[in-house]
Design a protein around this ligand. Structure first.
Ligand SMILES: Nc1nc2c(ncn2[C@@H]2O[C@H](COP(=O)(O)OP(=O)(O)O)[C@@H](O)[C@H]2O)c(=O)[nH]1
Ligand SMILES: [Mg+2]
Length: 530
């Protein structure tokens, strides 16, 4: 017999534990629930699914291209920008159009290697696009580009909502009775209820621009990973403040006229508004990142910038006043070339590049590209993606899968089955190695406001629950083990008494979990100390 741990692609021990649970329960549940479990198993062994969400035109597709390192997602206009596109790893580059009835059609890339912006098909029959790319980034992250929740047409909104899992309360528009129950292998026999129970992204990269509006917050609140009420929280959601280059620094106090400083200050303010829904708000210039990272920035562009860097100060400052003046002012670089520079870098990027060339006229095209990449802030986004998503993929995936399993059991309508699944989950969660799942759950409850906590305690739960590094969990990085261990024991005791006295029943349940977390940390430290 094979056990789940033999499966090659699971993110870690927590995912393996949930996969085991699904495998063991499969023969004990109805064919329909079993089909759901198969889907959960399939998802568990796939890379973490990260949806890029946000208002239309916030620069989501541009950022996706930057992250993948290839200009492949159409930006701006065109029908395909109104579709959900899943970018996943494949051994051959390929794009498939998936229709609502499950049919698939291979799409050719356009002449520039991009997904074509427009399609020669009945748009209403299209579900989404699947893009398989050889890019290494996609090996452990599947990136899902969405049309955006502020889209003008209802269909785009519906597609986005469905993908994000927000559509779970919607009545399925298909008939429930036709599917399921045949127990055949393959992924397509899932009925809509079950499909909704396991659909949805597991994590979200939320793209905002200068003004965070009420509907941004609503959209974020509506993000419900894996649909079973696992809302966005600091464990599975980060935000970027995109188009940082378009921020007028004089509109932000304390920025001293510096665009990047203004962006950082604004991002910090937005983080306070969006917290605790997101772990962080990171400023970025998606357009610069895309051009620098995806081969969009060419040596011809570098040459044009070099010519511009030789203009006298007065002319140059005048040209930078607006995009219009920049392209129409009389100068030796052809207007078309300048328009192209604007498209790739916008005024801020052009200024950055020329500043760099003036400081060092010998700068090569490659070095200039790296300068622009640095100026884009993409590295900051990458490192947060690593810290928040990649490092926690196991916990995020396992928690989402467990939520799906619970939802499937609920939807089954058989009380006996529901009880069996419920019991199995309890047994799993009682194991010390599954404690991290409980902690993630507690963290999500607290940060989503489902369980009210005093602010300092909420902060503490957040700290303990959102890192795998003991020093960080205790807020005492780099301190000696003895100190860490004493503190862990003290906090374990404190949370135990908080669980017994002075806590609401809901707080008490969270407190027990936090107590146990500290206790396990203390045990681990003791073992380390020998
Ligand atoms: N100035 C500037 N423009 C950007 C940036 N990111 C994206 N854009 C532009 O914003 C427009 C919309 O971008 P797109 O990625 O299609 O937005 P989406 O609808 O959210 O996918 C395009 O014209 C992009 O070139 C940025 O960081 N700075
Ligand atoms: Mg788009």
């Amino acid at each position: 017999m094979t056990t789940a741990t033999d499966q090659p692609h699971l993110a870690g021990p927590l995912s393996a534990a949930v996969a085991n649970l699904c495998t063991r329960l499969q023969p004990q549940v109805s064919a329909r629930t079993a089909a759901g479990f198969r889907e959960v198993l399939r998802r568990l062994s796939a890379p973490l699914q990260v949806a890029v969400a946000g208002r239309i035109k916030s620069g989501k597709s541009t950022l996706v291209n930057a992250l993948i390192g290839r200009r492949v997602a159409p930006t701006d206009v065109g029908e395909c920008t109104r579709l959900v596109t899943r970018f996943q790893y494949g051994t051959v580059d390929r794009v498939e159009l998936v229709f609502l009835d499950g049919r698939k059609q291979v799409l050719p890339f356009d002449a520039t290697g991009m997904i074509p912006g427009d399609l020669d098909v009945d748009f209403d029959q299209v579900s989404h696009l699947e893009a398989y790319l050889t890019n290494a980034v996609l090996r452990d992250l599947t990136v899902i580009d969405t049309p955006g929740l502020g889209s003008l047409d209802a269909a785009s909104v519906r597609r986005t909502e469905q993908l994000l899992g927000a559509a779970k309360h919607r009545k399925p528009d298909e008939d429930d009775d036709e599917a399921g129950g045949n127990g055949a292998d393959g992924g397509d026999e899932l009925d809509p209820t079950s499909r909704n129970a396991v659909a949805g992204a597991e994590a979200v990269l939320y793209v905002v621009t200068q003004g965070v509006r009420a509907d941004d917050q609503q959209a974020l609140a509506a993000f419900t990973a894996a649909t079973a009420s696992r809302e966005a929280g600091p464990v599975n959601a980060i935000a970027v403040l995109n188009k940082a280059d378009t921020i007028a620094p004089e509109s932000v106090t304390g920025a001293d006229g510096d665009v990047w400083k203004a962006a950082s200050l604004l991002a910090e303010k937005q983080a306070q508004t969006l917290r605790p829904r997101v772990a962080d708000v990171i400023p970025v210039i998606g357009l610069l990142a895309e051009s620098a990272e995806s081969g969009g920035f060419t040596s011809a562009d570098a040459d044009a910038l070099r010519s511009l860097s030789k203009l006298d100060d007065a002319t140059w400052e005048t040209m930078l006043l607006s995009a219009d003046i920049f392209t129409t002012w009389d100068c030796e670089v052809p207007p078309g070339t300048r328009a192209r520079l604007l498209e790739k870098l916008d005024l801020y990027g052009v200024r950055c590049a020329v500043d760099a060339l003036r400081a060092d006229p010998e700068l090569t095209a490659g070095a200039l590209r790296r300068t622009l990449l640095n100026a884009s802030g993409l590295a900051g986004v990458r490192s947060r993606l690593d810290a928040v998503f990649r490092a926690r993929a196991d916990g995020i995936k396992a928690a989402a899968a467990l939520a799906s399993v619970t939802a499937l059991a609920h939807a089954s309508g058989d009380p006996g089955e529901r009880q069996r699944v419920h019991d199995a989950i309890e047994v799993l969660l009682a194991k010390p190695e599954a404690h991290q799942l409980r902690l993630l759950e507690a963290l999500t409850l607290v940060t989503s406001g489902a369980v009210a906590m005093p602010e300092d305690l909420a902060e503490e739960v957040l700290r303990v629950g959102s890192s795998a590094d003991i020093g960080e969990q205790l807020g005492m990085r780099g301190r000696p083990v003895k100190e860490l261990s004493a503190y862990a024991l003290e906090r374990a005791g404190w949370w135990r008494s908080f669980a017994s006295f002075g806590a609401t029943p809901a707080q008490s349940r969270v407190a027990h979990v936090v107590h146990r977390a500290y206790f396990l940390i203390w045990q681990q430290l003791r073992e380390q100390a020998g």
